[in-house]
Design a protein around this ligand. Structure first.
Ligand code: FDP
Length: 338
């Protein structure tokens, strides 16, 4: 039979749409420490759930998904309907995917045991971060950390499977529901960003090999906290201002972190006199972003040590967070510790 090679060049008629998340994950599978495809499946499950959540968010205001759900979570915060929707979507996707044995979620008091005797992975997730921005059409996000369980599969989940240090994450990432929906993830070999093409229903590689400027000119803090924080932090902020830095604060951790990743800057959520451990949760907020920060050349500290070195004592533990451009985080630590 006569054949002909496939000619890719069609001029402007069919421009290339790029590399899909799925293809990218497959192409990088061999880089994972345990390259059996299970971690790839988890990333796909998270991507799928994030597409559904993105759809729900984009309908907010039209469908009945805004406003309070009528219950508080374990942190005593009022759950929004979309918090609950996102929690169900991600947990369901991780259950059906079949690779995860346990989930730690901001929205659940206890570890969710998925009763999956084959699952080798534990996922910690904030299904919808930035709740106070849901009802006002401002960017929100999802944050996730993936760990390998320590104990043998088939045995009951133990504390050591779940309360792992951030440095033990095998993958982590976030989804930003902003002017476009983006997924950024890392398996420990740098980080890459994917933008969601809604009409095709696919994430495409849009930000390969992300890197964070070592220096930045943005500081990100809830200025309302300043009467209640360590004066050394105020001195650091004054120095930033004298050096010409600008304040930017969205109030959604993922969005604030993502902007600073691309442009250079520091996000601060310090300890305050009322909240001596700050506000940000270690297991499903700080750890994943610290992992990404380090992968892109940035840094993340609680003021004294790397976020990734903190040994968690409980699921919903909080930590002060200083995260962003490496030199800014170093400068903050220096100012804080004299
Ligand atoms: P939220 O409470 O709206 O879910 O840790 C959660 C978080 O938002 C972060 O996303 C955000 O950076 C921070 O809290 C905002 O806290 P403040 O309202 O105290 O500024």
């Amino acid at each position: 039979m006569k054949t002909q090679p496939y000619k890719q060049d069609t001029g402007n008629l069919a421009y290339k749409v790029g590399v899909t998340l799925d293809r990218f994950i497959k192409s990088k599978q061999a880089d994972f420490p345990f390259a059996t495809g299970e971690l790839s499946q988890i990333l796909r499950d998270i991507a799928l759930a994030s597409k559904i959540v993105s759809r729900e968010i984009s309908r907010a205001g039209l469908s009945d998904v805004t406003g309070a759900f009528g219950q508080t979570n374990v942190q005593g915060e009022e759950q929004q309907k979309l918090d609950v929707v996102a929690n169900v979507r991600f947990t369901r996707a991780l259950t059906k995917g079949g690779e995860v044995c346990a989930v730690v979620s901001e929205e659940e008091d206890l570890v969710i045991d998925l009763q999956n005797s084959k699952g080798k992975y534990v996922v910690a997730i904030d299904p919808l971060d930035g709740s106070s921005n849901i009802d006002v059409n401002v960017s929100i996000g999802t944050i996730f950390s993936i760990y390998r369980r320590k104990t043998a599969t088939g045995s009951p989940i133990k504390e050591e499977d779940v309360l792992q240090k951030g440095s033990e994450q095998v993958a982590a990432g976030y989804v930003l529901y902003g002017s476009s929906t983006m997924l950024v993830y890392s398996t420990g070999n740098g980080a890459n960003g994917f933008t969601y093409e809604r009409s095709l229903g696919e994430f495409f590689l849009s930000h390969p090999d992300l890197s964070m400027p070592e220096e930045g000119s943005i500081y990100t803090i809830n200025e309302g906290l300043t009467p209640h924080i360590n004066p050394n932090i105020l001195s650091y902020l004054e120095a930033c201002k004298r050096a010409g830095a600008s304040a930017r604060y969205i109030g959604s951790l993922v969005a604030d972190f993502h902007r600073n990743l691309l442009k250079g800057g520091i996000y601060l959520y310090p300890a305050t006199s009322q909240a001596p451990n700050g506000k940000i949760r270690l297991m499903y907020e700080a750890n994943a972003l610290a992992f990404i920060a380090e992968q892109v050349g940035g840094a993340a500290s609680d003021g004294r040590q790397r976020i990734l070195d903190i040994v968690p004592g409980s699921l919903h533990q909080r930590t002060p967070v200083y995260i962003g451009s490496k030199n800014m985080v170093k400068g903050l630590e220096k100012s804080l510790n004299g």
